[in-house]
Design a protein around this ligand. Sequence first.
Ligand code: ATR
Length: 284
Amino acid sequence: MSEEQKIVAIFGFPISHSLSPVMHNAGFKELGLDYKYLPFKVNPSDLKAAVNALRALNFLGANITVPHKETVMEYLDEVTENAFLIGAVNTIENIDGRLIGHNTDCKGFVTALKAAGIKDFKKSRVVIVGAGGASKAACVGLLREGVKHLTIANRTGRKAELLCDNFKGCFCKAKITVCPLNDDDLSVVFAECDILVNTTSVGLGGETLKLPLKSLKEGALVYDMVYNPPKTKLLKQAKKLGHSIENGLNMLLYQGTEGFEIWTKEAAPIEVMKDALFKSAYGE
Ligand code: ATR
């Protein structure tokens, strides 16, 4: 390692599964940058010290992943408006020891939807399943794009209501509603839905998120943030019913390319990063 080499870290607990090092290191190499992206397993009790080390060691920045995305905020000097609205930071920029917290998940999600063929968000009605951190990032991304009608459906109804009330105050032009997670109520909103998004981790272990897909509007896109397996049971069912489908790997890509641009101030080599990421996730 040379004295000039710049380091970007990712802090998580655990961290060994992360696909981000491969993706970013491929991008740095492509642009001929003497940068290195390194994973660090950071125990929650060590997070403050790890964040301070970004300043002390003059790291270029960092990614923050589970379980630190919310708690990291109190150790930063500033957070962007999106990160504040979402209540989570996934990317840190180090400007001469001043740490700025960004949330690139929300733009990453929107860019992935655009890549999946969504052109006009202003006409779209979207149903989001889940009300955790991933849901918040998706909601903010969609509301910033001017989505007309957003419905949040969650197992614990109160959490969906809290999100709904919170976002109504900030995005007064959109119609934001909640829906109980049961077939009868979902069938009604599904009939008008252009984009259905699963933000829960159900499907990761091969389980099924049971939703009344038969009621979904013709032509609706079904988006599952789970990318492993590449086609969850939800996506398989949706495809069988003739819907277009998309998993969450492109969201991981585009949240990464935005972070890459924040750190390097250069356009991310998207195809190279995508190739490295997809190979690492799914093999050849
Ligand atoms: P993340 O930050 O990845 O979004 P999270 O904040 O833990 O993770 O949120 C997980 C979301 O998945 C929640 O909305 C959760 O529903 P509850 O609020 O009712 O807990 C949802 N979820 C998890 N397991 C679920 C299941 N088996 N069925 C339906 N929803 C589930």
